[in-house]
Design a protein around this ligand. Structure first.
Ligand code: TEU
Length: 549
């Protein structure tokens, strides 16, 4: 698969990236139109969220045909053109496959409903306990994970929306059918795969009630998961050396090492989410809390150190289409701190051990839009939880505070290309409302300003390629007692790198180790040019010092 340590991957939420035909929805030709922009940034791969035929109840994560293109996003020819044009610019295309579930509109599920025994066994159909579901498991989008069929006493399992039925991976025919899907896209010249909720595919042989949780402990990193991934690797992408990343919900370090250690022959790397739960109250996404920095730091350090010692490989990220923007979440998003805070977040993860991901708009410092009313939101999880929160007795104002902070739509609004009412995203009516921040956060301005966030990202991508210590250096936590500082040393045979990232707004003095006073400032977001035994960090300062050997 080549070196994954020198690469940076850019995630494109297709429907909101760029609309080429004025229907208000981003599309595949829209990505092709912006490839020069991505080449300028310097990214190696683009991960594109699902574009397959789908009723779009969960924005394409409810696939009804695995080997087609949804007409609202273009045609198969558009996809081929995109792959070809991207290749010309040395950019690989990473597609997003959802192998844990299909839409209930998928032919397989429809045949199952008609009573076709072969397809019945493609899913989890079980008898309930009278009117009660077979188990008490919860759907991740709220409510029960089981839905009763109108026509019989059977229920089917859906860990996500009621229109997303979980596939039965213990059935070899299901696995074979899915491998054919992977092969289909591999033959189209893709460079990689992002695999949705991949660690949920192996359910236990016996499905039981969970009396201490919502059921996830039974199917997360489930009993046959490593077996299935080894088979998937051997039968499909392993032969082609594709770059693969598994989205691993609530996983553990031990499992993540097995998923991503090359010797295991499973995947190239893993997404894990613990660092994005440090502002959940008691683990609850829909309950607000302050960011617990000590916990955040501890998580980064532990994962970095342990993954390295087990030869695992991390996907490094702050943002994606399911998360509110990190800017404004872990830092201020006020204009006066914009450049510093955005570049601080970027440097924090880009200098770590792993492969960094940039979520569209992050490279210009896009922020959460904080829409005032629920009508501006459309995500199914958001709407479900709006109703649940109201049922729990929260006032409209309290409910909206939670929605503004947590809704997945925060990152799904149109990419801000230009300062106009449609953000330069479309000539039609954009599918999502445009954020007011477009007046001061947009690509046009970012490209014009030599000191913009965009050029800082470009530099991060470049220095990862030119400094092997960033790619392969070992990782040692540093300044661990400073609550608001995430700092670490990276070291290999060529150099030592000291990175200091300060998550505070007031100036803060720290000592620098003697040896580094002779080092070179590789990166600074405050134009620091001098080093001294004691330095005073400025608001949201990031500093990286390189000491060649
Ligand atoms: O997400 C899986 C997942 O569990 C989440 O990130 C989830 O959206 C979040 O925890 C809810 O609070 C993946 C996709 O990224 C997401 O967009 C899909 O909705 C989901 O799978 C189902 O396919």
């Amino acid at each position: 698969m080549g070196n994954i340590a020198d690469k940076t991957i850019y995630q494109i939420y297709l429907r909101s990236f760029y609309d080429s035909n004025g229907d208000g929805v981003g599309d595949l030709p829209g990505i092709t139109a912006k490839l020069d922009y991505l080449e300028n940034l310097g990214v190696d791969l683009i991960w594109i969220n699902p574009f397959y035929p789908s009723p779009q109840n969960d924005n394409g994560y409810d696939i009804s045909d695995y080997t087609g293109v949804d007409p609202r996003f273009g045609t198969m020819e558009d996809f081929d053109t995109l792959v070809r044009e991207a290749k010309k610019r040395s950019i690989g295309v990473m597609i997003d496959l959802v192998l844990n579930h299909t839409s209930t509109e998928h032919e397989w599920f429809q045949k199952a409903l008609q009573g076709h025994p072969k397809y019945r066994d493609f899913y989890y159909f079980k008898k309930g306990k009278g009117d009660l579901p077979p188990t008490n498991w919860a759907s991740k989008f709220g409510g029960s994970a089981w839905e009763k069929l109108a026509s019989s006493d059977d229920f089917y399992l859906h860990l996500f929306d009621v229109t997303q039925a979980d596939l039965n991976w213990s059935n070899p025919e299901v696995r074979e059918a899915l491998y054919q899907v992977v092969d289909f896209w591999t033959q189209k010249g893709i460079a990689g795969l992002r695999l949705d909720v991949l660690n949920l595919i192996s359910k236990p042989d016996k499905l039981e009630d969970d009396f201490i949780g919502d059921g996830r402990r039974f199917y997360t990193d489930g009993p046959h998961i490593h077996e299935y991934l080894k088979e998937l690797h051997a039968k499909t992408f392993g032969k082609k050396g594709l770059i693969t990343v598994g989205e691993m919900s609530s996983t553990s370090i031990a499992n993540s090492i097995r998923y991503s250690n090359p010797a295991e022959k499973e995947l190239s790397m893993v997404f894990h989410f613990h660092h994005l739960k440090v502002d959940y109250k008691d683990g609850e996404k829909w309950q607000l809390d302050q960011v617990r920095f000590a916990e955040l730091k501890e998580l980064f350090h532990t994962w970095q150190v342990d993954m390295a010692s087990g030869n695992g490989w991390d996907a490094l990220f702050w943002n994606n289409h399911d998360q509110p923007r990190a800017l404004g979440r872990f830092t201020s998003d006020k204009p006066e701190f914009h450049y510093q805070a955005a570049t601080l977040l970027a440097a924090t993860i880009h200098l770590m051990r792993g492969t960094p991901y940039i979520y569209m708009g992050e490279e210009i410092g896009m922020i959460n839009p904080r829409f005032k009313d629920i009508q501006s939101y459309s995500d199914i999880e958001t709407i479900n939880h709006y109703q649940l929160l109201q049922k729990e007795g929260l006032s409209e104002r309290e409910t909206m505070e939670v929605i503004q902070a947590r809704s997945r739509d925060n990152s799904r609004i149109p990419m801000q290309w230009e300062n106009d009412a449609k953000a330069g995203f479309t000539t039609g009516t954009p599918l999502y409302p445009v954020s007011d921040s477009v007046s001061w956060i947009n690509v046009q301005d970012a490209l014009r300003e030599p000191d913009s966030i965009f050029y800082f990202y470009k530099k991060l991508i470049e220095i990862r390629k030119t400094h092997s210590v960033i790619q392969f250096g070992n990782y040692t936590p540093y300044l661990v007692d400073e609550e608001r500082i995430i700092s670490y040393l990276r070291e290999n045979e060529e150099a030592t790198l000291l990175a200091i990232h300060y998550y505070g707004e007031t100036p803060h003095e720290i000592p620098l180790p003697e040896a580094f006073l002779q080092g070179k400032i590789l990166l600074s977001n405050v134009k620091r040019s001098q080093l001294a035994k004691q330095i005073t960090l400025q608001s949201y300062e990031t500093l990286a010092i390189l000491l060649p050997k």
